[in-house]
Write a protein that binds this ligand. Structure first.
Ligand code: GAL
Length: 652
């Protein structure tokens, strides 16, 4: 059976002499590559002078790739407007919250709210789609590049200010309603008209949280609207082609579920080593995985974006070796380029595409590794990609990602609420979601990460991370959920307009959980609150709540307060648990939910797809997987070296 997935690569024909293209395409094929993303930064070559399009070279590049049977993913170049355009329309530039214009000279230098820039984007996208939309070599589109990268979702420009006022008017109708909703009587912040409302920056001290949350919502909506300008044109002019965008690691500044409504496949850019370096984490952990990447971070995003793409997802950019943008840029241990690729497929990816074909000998990313060195000799990653393609050929069709019994409900809005009023510096929404995921995955479980609107009834266990505002629909589906439910602290603690609910937290979840939160505190980790759980010492390490109600108290803090409660199958954790506590708790909940678990060794992880179960060894030493594998090996064997991959055919 032939493979139902593809390997891709990111390629920049405009960076290389045309004489190299045919050989590049041939060697891509030889490595088992069948998808090539091009074009996403090439505006200055598509339109060297205002109105003078030069798309012939792009046509030749697409033809050359197509002649080798490669399918092109055509990127729209809107992340890099050229200098002449910026000079013509300088107010299209984004403005930082410090009031400084974010100028030309790198990328993403535009404001999502600027109508003139949107028109320019529509014009260039239309030109590309008219010319290449029905080209047989063009199989898909990528809009823009990494929305939000370099902290670009929120812009404090004049266009954003005017747009925000309109948006507020549409949301609240009258300024009196807005004053009421935001609580503007506080500190005499009342407005007499929408035209008086500025963006939430530049004030003496903290601006009002609902003002900021609404600006977060507004900014997120702009990303969707900006993107939709492009998707509408592409849909009309390039029928039958998938539209994708490449999302990022731990990026929560705009609502990806929302943006995905206009697209077909959610892809993401996976940089395991760069991300391990730049995201918070303990030094010992970073040291242990410096050359393999965190054992859960890639999987977390695979599961997140599989959900975002309603089942359809892929990796648009996979790290091939050292990157250039982390604080320190380690090399990947041998085998990891193959492992990361295979892990993406194990989680259901339909494509894994590597960044980039050849290392650039110029400009910002000279230190960024690729499949080929700047002298065009194949680098280690080239051979690992070729090996991966042989593995795929051996496995045949991979089938669909196995349905999970566990879900985590993820919400972008929850992050905005907690960011705008954290109340404790160390309280991070996304870090918490990831810690829940980690604890589950160490038990060998397959996990879904779903949006707040997703149906929950098919799951045996659902975890709700700290979600201050629980919208009515989510409240209803949690209420109706009959499986085991764990709700994390701070959930239901705010209304849509960021007020404390009349019945206090957990607001709409009060009846389901049988509790009321009467008081909260945050603290540094050295003031951690001891908890006795199952006769063992545990901790709340940054947050705890005082709760009362009819729910049964399952664990108590050292000072005799309820730490963990349950009402029927609905559990509430009245604090932020340390990792060991969380591990034990989720294992128990999985048990109660009737889900079989395995305690996997340190760096070993697994995932099921189709008839196969995949094993990945991220750990620092070899492991024997025979105790965990329930079938015959079809790839690799039970002895898994560092960076090793094995696949078994599950006996059902
Ligand atoms: C991504 C980006 C690429 C390239 C890459 C380097 O964030 O989409 O264009 O810059 O990082 O790792």
């Amino acid at each position: 059976m032939t493979s139902d997935v593809t390997i891709g690569v990111c390629y920049y024909p405009e960076h290389w002499p045309e004489a190299m293209w045919a050989d590049d395409a041939k060697r891509m094929r030889a490595a088992g590559i069948s998808r090539v993303r091009i074009g996403e930064f090439a505006w200055s070559r598509f339109e060297p002078d205002p109105g003078h399009l030069d798309l012939d070279w792009l046509g030749r590049a697409i033809d050359t790739l197509h002649a080798q049977g490669l399918g092109v993913i055509l990127g729209t170049p809107t992340a890099t407007p050229p200098k002449w355009l910026v000079d013509k329309m300088p107010d299209m530039l984004a403005v930082g919250d410090d009031g400084r214009v974010r100028g030309f000279g790198s990328r993403r230098h535009y404001c999502f709210s600027h109508a003139g820039y949107r028109r320019e984007c529509a014009r260039i996208v239309r030109a590309l789609a008219e010319r290449f939309g029905k080209h047989p070599g063009v199989v898909a589109w990528q809009t823009d590049n990494e929305y939000g990268c370099h902290n670009t979702v929120r812009s404090y420009s004049e266009s954003a200010k005017l747009g925000f006022r309109h948006w507020l008017k549409a949301r609240y109708g009258t300024v009196q309603a807005l004053n009421e909703a935001w609580g503007n009587v506080f500190w005499s912040m009342e407005y007499r008209s929408f035209d008086e409302i500025d963006l939430p920056t530049g004030a003496v001290t903290e601006t009002s949280p609902p003002h900021r949350v609404d600006f977060d919502r507004y900014s997120s909506d702009q990303v969707r609207e900006f993107n939709r300008v492009q998707t509408e044109i592409i849909r009309a002019l390039s029928p039958g082609r998938d539209i994708m965008h490449n999302f990022m690691t731990f990026h929560v500044d705009f609502d990806h579920y929302d943006a995905m409504e206009d697209m077909d496949v959610a892809t993401w850019d996976s940089y395991p080593l760069g991300s391990l370096d730049v995201f918070p984490g303990e030094a010992a952990h970073k040291a242990a995985y410096a050359r393999t990447g965190d054992p859960d971070m890639q999987a977390f995003h695979h599961d997140l974006y599989r959900g975002t793409g309603r089942g359809r997802f892929g990796i648009m950019e996979q790290q091939p070796g050292p990157v250039n943008w982390a604080s320190y840029n380690t090399d990947a241990a041998p085998g990891l380029v193959r492992l990361w690729g295979m892990e993406g497929f194990a989680h259901g990816a339909e494509m894994v595409s590597y960044f980039r074909w050849r290392q650039a000998p110029f400009a910002q990313e000279q230190f960024h590794a690729a499949l080929n060195r700047p002298d065009n000799a194949p680098d280690r990653a080239y051979f690992e990609v070729r090996e991966l393609s042989r593995d795929l050929a051996a496995l045949g069709a991979l089938g669909a990602a196995a349905p999970a019994k566990v879900a985590i409900v993820h919400s972008y809005e929850a992050h905005w609420f907690l960011r705008e009023q954290p109340q404790g510096r160390n309280f991070s929404y996304i870090e918490q979601v990831f810690s829940l995921y980690r604890a589950l995955r160490r038990l060998g479980l397959d996990i879904d990460i779903v949006g707040p609107e997703a149906p929950l009834s098919g799951y045996a266990l659902v975890l709700l991370p700290s979600t201050p505002y629980v919208p009515p629909r989510l409240a209803a589906s949690l209420d109706a959920f009959e499986g085991t439910l764990l709700v994390m602290p701070r959930s239901g603690s705010r209304t849509a307009s960021h007020r404390i609910p009349d019945n206090l937290a957990p607001g709409p979840l009060a009846a389901k959980l049988g509790i009321k939160v009467t008081r909260v505190e945050s603290f540094r980790s050295y003031s951690a609150v001891p908890v006795l759980y199952d006769n063992q010492q545990a901790w709340f390490d940054r947050w705890r709540e005082f709760v009362e109600g009819e729910a049964v108290v399952v664990a108590q803090t050292g000072d005799g307060q309820a730490a963990l409660t349950r009402k029927d199958r609905a559990w509430y954790l009245a604090g932020f648990p340390d990792a060991g506590f969380l591990d034990r708790l989720v294992a128990r909940l999985a048990g109660e939910a009737g889900i079989e678990t395995q305690a996997l060794p340190r760096g070993l992880r697994s995932r099921r797809r189709g008839a196969h179960r995949y094993f990945f060894n991220y750990g620092p030493e070899p492991v024997d997987v025979s105790d965990f594998a329930g079938g015959a090996f079809v790839l690799g064997s039970a002895a898994l070296g560092v960076g090793g991959v094995a696949v078994t055919r599950e006996e059902r």
